[in-house]
Design a protein. Sequence first.
Length: 94
Amino acid sequence: MDPFPVPLAAVEPLGSLIYDSSVRAEIAVPDEFDGFTIDLDDDQRITLVVDPDASLQPLVGLMDPSGAPIDGAAAAAPGEDAVLQALPTEGAGT
């Protein structure tokens, strides 16, 4: 797993407590996955979006600091986004 790029940038209007960042990754072989880690505070919300090229049907998942799955989502069709929206963080950590 690679670290997610930080710091996150504040999204306007400032004070909205919304921060954003993105990372580009490449799938080289079938069934490959890219994983990223980020430290989050407890009682926050996180949204994850995977925006693939037209030939990929992505999956996205969120795990807790111990590696246990919290939630996951799959794109409905190739080329569509996989989205997990406004999930609560449960305990601070990576």
